[in-house]
Design a protein around this ligand. Structure first.
Ligand SMILES: [Mg+2]
Length: 233
């Protein structure tokens, strides 16, 4: 049985929101911290929502304890569905084709491995019409650390396929953070240069496969199935 687990990052990998989430962060900063700030220059690539919230709380001069960080994130999640239509985003090329094929293949299991909170992820996926592809995932709720999110994702995979080979598990992501978290759990990374990092930036970290963007489902699965049994990477 060829069991393939795909662990998907969201922002820059499945979709772009046009940074619309920034509006929801600004709204949460106003409502929870009482500060009016322009986050248009805020760098969020590869950071978890918890890390972003901690940074914003600290920037407002407050101690980022879990109570205020949680409150900030719940307010952010409430604003996010209204924020998404403010910018024109997109589902990235190849994503729907690969996910459609994944649903048809019994040997493929797709889950989310994301720095988004669960509710934040749901808001983005439902706005961009991708939620029906994912029944499960590992999110940043309760942890700032992408590596522990990755461990949770691997536990979900093992719950389904207890003996899954680590060379059949693939993190698909667009930043060095995704590559590091895949390395932390001993699985392979498919790095796509559809976010803020170029192919050469990603290749420098030696992921299993580097792509300018996701290919056709045919090329994608042929490479994974043929290459997935070898020792490469
Ligand atoms: Mg990303």
């Amino acid at each position: 049985m060829a069991d393939i687990a795909l662990l998907w990052d969201i922002d820059g990998t499945l979709l772009h929101t046009g940074r619309a989430g920034i509006f929801a962060l600004e709204d949460a900063a106003r409502d929870v911290l009482g500060v009016y700030v322009d986050f248009s220059e805020l760098s969020t690539a590869g950071l978890t929502d918890v890390e972003i919230a901690v940074g914003i709380v600290r920037q407002a001069g407050r101690v980022p304890d879990s109570e205020i960080v949680d409150r900030f994130l719940r307010v952010y999640e409430r604003h996010l569905p209204m924020a998404l239509p403010k910018r024109k985003g997109e589902v990235l090329p190849g994503v729907k084709e690969i996910l459609d094929r994944s649903l048809q293949r019994e040997d493929v299991f797709s889950i989310l491995l994301t720095g988004n909170t669960h509710a934040g992820a749901q808001a983005k996926l439902s706005y961009y019409g991708l939620s029906h592809y994912f029944s499960d995932g590992a999110f940043s709720d309760g942890t700032p650390d992408r590596r522990s999110i990755a461990r949770r994702a691997l536990d979900l995979v093992r719950g389904r396929w207890p003996n899954v080979g680590l060379n059949r598990v693939f993190v698909i992501g667009d930043t060095p953070h995704d590559i590091h978290c895949a390395n932390a759990i001993g699985v392979r990374t498919i790095a796509v240069a559809t976010g803020q990092y170029g192919e050469s930036d990603l290749r420098a970290l030696n992921p299993w496969w580097v792509l300018p963007s996701l290919p056709s489902q045919d090329v994608f699965f042929r490479h994974i199935v043929d290459g997935g049994h070898g020792d490469r990477g």
